[in-house]
Ligand binder design. Structure first.
Ligand SMILES: C[S@@+](CC[C@H](N)C(=O)[O-])C[C@H]1O[C@@H](n2cnc3c(N)ncnc32)[C@H](O)[C@@H]1O
Length: 498
């Protein structure tokens, strides 16, 4: 890491206001590399108090790794790419990255490349077992789509990789998955290439979800390359009774979701503090607004506490056609269990007989007000029953998933010795994992001095992510049922007095 930080300093990467001073490391004045086991692992910590909006890192253009900068240093690469103009800019960047990796120590970016992760947990890298462990149809489908997309992009890029005479290991699908995951999870946005750029040192910032502070942040634009689908709103639910307020929330949320960008005048990537930090705090970057499934797809992790998470429940086609005023993806349940403004409004309308959908009813619906207590009871009952039926149809319950996560933890813990009875009590999913990986003997060893293979470790990490994701999904549905039931109690009390 020291060699890398010295190399970066030589290129002008700096976390200091006085970037003219020559230094042994590009960090140390504002930031340092540290481990944050509970929030992204390796990341950047504050070595002093940082003020919101303050410039914390500058990476000059000559350090950025993008198609243009790689091609400029290599004529063979330039000529080959010119022959394959039909590939997307992301495919070309992936090939360039693999080509640069294949140069080993001869690559200009070698000191940076050796510190890239070896493995990723993005959906496209999931095997059959981990994919199935997601359980929820939408998530399984998103995984299949991500895998199929990677495969077809890899095949399309095959001719260019052959042209470059890459060694077979750099042409393999495994290598392609690695390169495209590196690009998906680490590139920053640049105006001149839609594939973005790899930005040494700046790609060590871990993720902070845009929260309440995002709309008042004074820092410049946010930066991560992967498109950030803007949420309709993260907290519009609180505005149920005022449709105008909802519009305001949507607008302010979409205003500022970023913490830096390429500065033409400075000819450098500039990163700013998105809030105040104390000495030792992890300094984070907002890559955009993502649900947990999107975080898994583009970055290979999820957040237990993600105010941008959304749970979609199956709705009748007639509900969607009624919801023409709201996009389909606005009909969801917030992570805290509250149904979205659009979902509640649409159901209010859907659950009232067509003959009664007059102007005054429509006005109530669009203003976010309840139509009548009777209608509101139907809405809450409907949502609660739907969530219940989704939960019942899934192969495991919240409790079973909690036990499976504990089992995964025990299997991963090198210190823990599992007694025979404990092993025999494993459920069928854990047993399948142990069978597939031939691990029954290994987990019985005291102190587990036998190490798992890299493949087993990777599979276990992805499996754990799948279980965490589906458990979070189920908890949201369970919280939604509680929310509806509370409302129902309140509404029935009201009707008693009517
Ligand atoms: C741009 S890199 C950040 C630096 C990265 N931790 C490293 O060691 O190189 C993005 C990756 O960091 C991890 N990450 C970032 N933020 C995270 C968070 N809040 N929780 C868990 N993992 C996170 C994910 O693996 C993600 O794909």
């Amino acid at each position: 890491m020291e060699t890398f930080l010295r190399w970066a300093a030589e290129l002008g990467v700096s976390d200091s206001i006085d970037s003219s001073r020559s230094r042994d490391s590009c960090l140390g004045d504002s930031l340092s590399v540290a481990d944050f086991p509970l929030a992204g692992g390796r990341g950047l910590g504050a070595v002093r108090e940082l003020r919101k909006g303050e410039l914390v890192l500058k990476v000059p253009r000559n350090a950025l790794m993008n198609t243009e900068s790689m091609v400029a240093k290599d004529e063979k690469l330039r000529n080959a790419i010119n022959l394959h103009g039909s590939l997307s800019s992301t495919q070309i960047l992936s090939v360039c990255l693999l080509y640069e990796m294949s140069k080993g120590k001869n690559s200009f970016w070698y000191p940076y490349l050796v510190h890239l992760p070896r493995d990723y947990d993005l959906l496209a890298t999931f095997g059959e077992f981990e994919k199935k462990a997601l359980q929820v149809e939408d998530a399984v489908w998103a995984t299949e789509k991500a895998i199929a997309k990677s495969q077809s992009e890899w095949k399309e890029a095959g001719a260019l990789m052959k042209e470059l005479d890459l060694k077979p290991k750099f042409q393999s699908f495994q290598a392609w998955l690695w390169a495209s995951a590196t690009i998906s999870s680490r590139t920053l946005h640049i105006p001149w290439d839609s594939a973005g750029c790899l930005c040494p040192v700046a790609d060590l910032f871990n993720y902070d979800a845009p929260g309440d502070d995002s709309n008042t942040s004074e820092g410049p634009e946010s930066v991560m390359q992967t498109s950030s689908p803007l949420a309709i709103s993260t907290n519009n639910h609180e505005c149920l009774d005022n449709a105008e307020e909802v519009v305001l929330v949507v607008e302010t949320h979409s205003e500022r979701l970023t913490d830096g960008g390429f500065d033409e005048d400075a000819n450098a990537y500039c990163l700013y503090a998105r809030r105040n930090y104390q000495l030792g705090d992890q300094v984070l970057l907002c890559y955009g607004t993502y649900t947990n499934l999107e975080l898994l797809e583009h970055y290979g992790f999820m957040l237990e506490d993600n105010s941008n998470d959304k749970v979609f429940i199956p709705l009748e086609t007639s509900v969607y056609s009624l919801a023409s005023s709201w996009p389909k993806d606005s009909l969801y349940i917030h992570q805290d269990g509250k149904p979205s403004f659009a979902l509640v409004s649409t159901l209010r309308l859907w659950l009232i007989p067509q003959s009664q959908r007059d102007k005054s009813v429509m006005r109530h619906v669009y203003a976010g007000s309840q139509i009548s207590v009777k209608n509101e009871i139907l809405v809450m009952k409907w949502i609660s029953e739907k969530c219940g039926s989704v939960l019942r149809d899934l192969p495991t319950s919240v409790l079973e998933d909690t036990v499976i996560l504990d089992n995964i933890h025990s299997i991963q813990d090198p210190e823990l010795h599992l007694e025979q009875e404990e092993r025999e009590a494993f459920g069928s999913e854990v047993q399948t994992f142990l069978n597939v990986n031939d691990l029954w003997d290994v987990i019985g060893f005291s102190g587990k001095d036998v190490e798992f293979s890299r493949k087993t470790n990777r599979m276990m990490c992805k499996w754990r992510l799948s279980v965490q994701w589906r458990l979070r999904y189920k908890r949201t549905l369970a919280d939604c049922i509680s929310y509806c039931n509370e409302n129902l109690n309140h509404l029935s009390a009201t009707t008693k007095w009517d």
